[in-house]
Design a protein around this ligand. Structure first.
Ligand code: ADP
Ligand code: MG
Length: 326
């Protein structure tokens, strides 16, 4: 069986060849944290998007430029970091000025919103792919790590889940423009909103965080593994958008919310003692925050159906969430 992405990283790219004192956090979180000598540390992340793999071949170029930066800012948001700079490696099959005008407009639109400066990169010819390396600042002791969840903590998510996965389905079947709901779902796919402000607002409140890029089950799984805990999710609490509910039944919607990727919402954990603080932070931001479950000492991820009965994880293809894994 071919190695999974995570097994490749674990086997080949986690060797601490140069253990430097300025590394606060290396491979394994949403971003690395490097000591700078000031009270703030540098958060560094990188994400690649390949045509036909991470975005549809026919995605509008403006959305490719936007999303390539958005997914990186989402990783910084998951650390509670304040974005500052980006490097852009762009591989294009040929120089098409119209495409570049739209691509760069999408990139800069989001960059301006977050005061991010493009300070370098690389431009090459080849199959369309975009790699961005983003960097930002976060208070050294406060950064949100995947490893801080403790039994009893609540599990929270921002926004709504599953929309991007449904948006992709609609886009692929040529139904992305059939009505307002479809357009909203496709918008969620093409222009995810990195939750930068929320990530910063919960510094010192949340115990752990990750951004939901693969899907809630897999990404919460990283928090569980790195915190050495387990969790229960009540699927009846999953936040679903009106557009999603207009397009599919509740069961299908919850399935998409658990297993669909590309939403770039934040999944946070927080101790019961700070729940009031978390709710008040959420109330002052314009992003909904929903408690969907709790952290438990027993390893593994347990999902409850709306009637409270356990759902079989195999049904979701997540048998690797059995005890001790992933
Ligand atoms: P995310 O989805 O948050 O971007 P990934 O799942 O892509 O995170 O990566 C998990 C961790 O592994 C991150 O800390 C990332 O920096 C690191 N990583 C991924 N690929 C490599 C690689 N080839 N070499 C070193 N570290 C890597
Ligand atoms: Mg991430």
């Amino acid at each position: 069986m071919p190695l999974s992405e995570f097994e490749v990283i674990r086997r080949y790219f986690m060797e601490a060849t140069a253990v430097r004192e300025d590394i606060l956090l290396g491979v394994g979180d949403d971003a690395a944290l490097l000591r700078t000598g000031s009270t703030e540390s540098l958060a560094l992340c990188m994400d690649t998007m390949v045509a036909g793999v991470h975005f549809p071949d026919d995605a509008p170029p403006e959305t490719i430029g936007y999303k390539a930066l958005a997914v990186n800012l989402s990783d910084l948001a998951a650390m509670g970091a304040r974005p500052a700079w980006a490097l852009l490696a762009l591989t294009v099959p040929n120089v098409e000025e119209g495409w570049l005008v739209a691509f760069s407009a999408g990139f800069y639109r989001l960059a301006r919103m977050h005061d991010v400066a493009l300070v370098g990169g690389d431009t090459t010819r080849g199959p369309l792919a975009v790699t961005i390396n983003a960097a930002g600042w976060v208070d050294e002791g406060l950064a949100l790590r995947r490893s801080g969840a403790r039994p009893g903590d609540g599990i929270y998510v921002t926004g709504t889940l599953g929309d991007a996965a449904l948006g992709l389905r609609l886009w692929r079947s040529g139904q992305g423009d059939v009505d307002e709901h479809a357009r909203q779902l496709v918008e969620r796919l093409h222009r995810p909103v990195p939750r930068v402000r929320m990530g910063r607002a919960v510094l010192g409140i949340a115990s752990a965080a990750i951004d939901i890029s693969d899907c809630l089950c897999a990404d919460l799984g990283h928090i569980l593994k790195q915190s050495g805990v387990g969790a229960v999710i009540e699927s009846g609490r999953l936040p679903l958008s009106a557009a999603m509910l207009a397009k599919c039944r509740g069961g299908e919607a919850r399935h998409l919310a658990l297993t669909g990727g590309d939403d770039y919402e934040l999944c946070l954990t927080a101790a019961p003692a700070v729940e009031a603080a978390l709710v008040s932070v959420a109330a002052t931001s314009d992003v909904p925050l929903t408690r969907i479950g709790r952290i438990e000492a027993q390893p593994g991820l347990r999902i409850l159906a709306i009637d409270g009965r356990p759902l079989s994880l195999d049904r979701f293809g997540f048998d690797h969430f059995g005890s001790g894994a992933p």
